[in-house]
Design a protein around this ligand. Sequence first.
Ligand SMILES: [Ca+2]
Length: 111
Amino acid sequence: MGYGLDTNDAVEIGNPDSDPYTTLEEWILDTDPTNATEALRIEWSGLTQVTTAWSSTGRTYRVRSEAALPAGSWTSVVAQSMGTGTNLDLTVDTFTTNAPHGALRIEVSLP
Ligand SMILES: [Ca+2]
């Protein structure tokens, strides 16, 4: 799949860069499984905005919220956005208004 790594179960469940994601998850995220600084992460960048530290131009991103954990049904709070190759700002105003103590998750998929 790339980055000089073979494709087999042992490689796919490995984590050569010791970030929170396995090599298989990084291939799905389109991040470099040998470089921990590229791993997907989201951070609050304002009262109503989260920012990804990096995004792939080959993936789309959607943020969903849940009012309380354990989660029931996650609600989309950001329209699906195409990655930019750099950070990606996503506004989540309905989450902060309606569920200030809930959780957010980000979904990454092929366009
Ligand atoms: Ca990894």
